[in-house]
Design a protein around this ligand. Structure first.
Ligand code: E4P
Length: 215
């Protein structure tokens, strides 16, 4: 499974790239706002430090605006793909942008039916939001499984990005189902590294190593 980081923070992106596990970056307007910058400036900066796909969200309300904004965002760097929120206007825009060779990440996907439409329209990625479904008492992991089952029936090239990940268990569930990509927040990536028995084992080995040096 490819690992994307779900952040617009440059230090976090650099850090995870340094781990040798980074396959992509996703941003959204809320993540960009947290960094007190604007999308164009920040995705250009990200493209300057890592050589992986980067999602930048277009915010226009209609298809012509999405197409215009999508072209503009994609022209910033060849690694930039355009995130569009699932709706009729976005479907129209995906058709045009994908026809021009611009990758689209259809975001805010909550059902397999939405994913099917996005894939048919030509989306390069679809992003089902697991955590936000769990938040309302639904089963986000089940919905992700349904998206994967439907798309894999028909051989779409569209890759599924497990999004709105809230913890290591979501990552495991996505990977166990063979999801193509998970976009993971920095704190969850850190949680994935640790285990109390690993930390305890390291401390014990250090202690015994120091002891053995003295003998
Ligand atoms: C995906 O690309 C989104 O940026 C993200 O996963 C949303 O997650 P949230 O529900 O934690 O805001």
């Amino acid at each position: 499974m490819k690992i994307f980081i779900d952040t617009a923070n440059l230090d976090m992106i650099r850090e995870i790239d340094g781990w040798g596990v980074l396959d992509g970056v996703t941003t959204n307007p809320s993540l960009i706002a947290k960094e007190n910058t604007d999308v164009r400036t920040r995705v250009k900066e990200i493209a300057g430090i890592v050589d992986v796909p980067i999602s930048a969200e277009a915010m226009a309300p209609d298809a012509p605006g999405m197409i215009r904004e999508g072209r503009e965002l994609a022209s910033i760097h060849e690694n930039i793909n355009v995130k569009l929120p699932m709706c009729v206007e976005a479907l129209k825009a995906v058709k045009v942008l994908s026809g021009e060779g611009i990758d689209v990440n259809m975001t805010l996907i909550f059902t397999p039916q939405q994913a099917l439409l996005a894939a048919k329209a030509g989306a390069r990625y679809v992003s089902p939001f697991i955590g936000r479904l769990d938040d309302i008492g639904a089963d986000g992991t089940e919905a992700l499984g349904q998206v994967l089952a439907v798309l894999s029936n028909y051989g779409f090239e569209t890759e599924v990005i497990a999004a709105s990940i809230r913890g290591p268990m979501h990552v495991f569930e996505a990977a166990a189902m063979g999801c193509d990509i998970a976009t993971i927040p920095y704190n969850v990536l850190q949680q994935m590294v640790s285990h109390p028995k690993t930390d305890e084992g390291i401390q014990n080995f250090i202690k015994d190593y120091e002891k053995s040096k003295k003998t």
